[in-house]
Write a protein that binds this ligand. Structure first.
Ligand code: AMP
Ligand code: MG
Length: 396
């Protein structure tokens, strides 16, 4: 049995980066950038008015000013501003030559048909200087970064309409278990609904990956073999839930071996998630996650998400915030590293959610994050500082 940090290192080291491809900027959301992007222009590209008002010389503010032209955004000024002159100017327009400030329209008064006067008060320059944000040629986005709406705005600003991104891995999801029925069915007296496949598909989707749902597979060697063979031949990554522990019908590790998947670990000293399996074949990777929904969820977050991001060239680091416990946490034994779902109870406090064990599917609905109890630690005192690993999409 190995520790989680060792398991994480093994999966990250095993990940060979996927190829890259160009996509339309509008399809780049949640993808991982596969090249640096440089600015193709200064930003702002010219001295730009930051407010609606009058462009003039600061030294002339004491007297009346004659308005020599009006400059809308998008227009090129034709006049140079001389002594006691000004141009009416709109936010985003090019500041004319000769002017060194823009007085806000709210700080001026009309003076005859073509004149204005500064009405007093403090005034800034109100000019965004050329290149003050970004210089032409500067690297604005780094290879390996995750693309959100903000990055798409940067692509658009610099004309990068077909960014180079990592190919998305093809990921198969297989649920094993004779007791499972599809969520739309009503379970019989000895059955439960398959919640892991939709849960895993949603976790994958939250990182821009669309799962190939292989449905439910019976706990027989032949059925597992068929499903695994097909997925290992077709997909980059296979995620199997269930069938990895010590029961009589837990055939997944054995069948993986038979399909030339080299298992790099089969047990992790972690709770939940001990019987987690990871292996690699000639062309694919496979995770076998324990079937309890909380275990499946947590092990996806701790191992599979960082692994898939690594495949796409992104160095994933979850958000971690420092909080304090508002109730003590105790556990029966500290033999394994424990991951405890917690919820925020105030701006800086958290508490363990009601959690009956790794089958308690509702427990995670109230959780904002996970805290780690190291091996040997059986209790964390009230008010103790804790590092909370936020769940993706948590409300913080
Ligand atoms: P296993 O890892 O196959 O021993 O399953 C452990 C527990 O998780 C059992 O109580 C299973 O019924 C449950 N389980 C397994 N697969 C799923 C699934 N896809 N959805 C919900 N629960 C599951
Ligand atoms: Mg099972």
């Amino acid at each position: 049995m190995i520790e989680l940090k060792e398991a994480l290192q093994i999966v990250l080291d095993a990940a060979r980066p996927l190829e890259s491809e160009r996509v339309d900027m509008s399809d780049a959301l949640d993808r991982i950038l596969a090249e640096d992007v440089a600015a193709d222009a200064d930003m702002p590209p010219f001295d730009k008015a930051a407010v609606d008002g009058y462009a003039c010389r600061r030294e002339d503010l004491a007297g009346g000013l004659t308005v020599v032209e009006t400059i809308p955004a998008g227009a090129v000024p034709v006049k140079t501003i001389g002594p006691t002159q000004c141009a009416k100017i709109m936010t985003g327009a090019v500041v004319p030559q000769g002017a060194d400030c823009v007085v806000m329209i709210e700080q001026t008064q009309a003076l005859g048909p073509d004149g204005i006067r500064f009405a007093g008060g403090q005034t800034r320059d109100n000019i965004c200087r050329r290149a003050e944000d970004i210089r032409c040629g500067q690297i604005v986005l780094r290879k390996g970064s995750r693309i959100g709406p903000q990055q798409i705005a940067v692509f658009a600003s610099f004309g990068q309409v077909r960014p180079l991104v990592a190919r998305r891995p093809r990921v198969a999801v297989i649920a094993t278990g004779d007791e499972l029925v599809a969520p739309a069915e009503r379970p019989g007296p000895s059955q439960i609904r398959n919640s892991n496949s939709p849960q895993l598909a949603a976790q994958l989707r939250s990182m821009g990956v669309i799962a190939r749902d292989c449905g439910i597979v019976k706990d027989t060697e032949a059925d597992i073999d068929n499903a695994l063979k097909a997925a290992l031949a077709e997909d980059d990554v296979v995620i199997v839930s269930g069938g990895v522990s010590a029961g009589d019908f837990d055939f997944v590790p054995e069948v993986l071996r038979r399909n030339n998947v080299r298992l790099l670990f089969e047990r992790i000293a972690v709770k939940p998630g001990k019987p987690t399996v990871f292996g690699q074949s000639e062309r694919a990777y496979c995770f076998g996650l324990p079937g309890n929904p909380v275990s499946t969820f947590v092990m996806f977050e701790l191992l599979v998400r960082p692994f898939l991001y690594r495949l796409m060239g992104h160095d994933y680091s979850p958000a971690i915030v420092q909080m304090s416990l508002d109730e003590p946490i105790t556990r029966r034994d500290g033999e394994r590293q424990g991951w405890i779902p917690v919820k925020l109870t105030g701006r800086t406090t958290v508490r363990a959610v009601e959690y009956h064990g790794s089958g308690h599917v509702l427990a995670l609905c109230g959780a904002d994050g996970l805290i780690c109890m190291e091996i040997g630690v059986g209790q964390i005192e009230k008010a103790a500082p804790v590092s909370v690993r936020l769940l993706p999409g948590s409300g913080l």
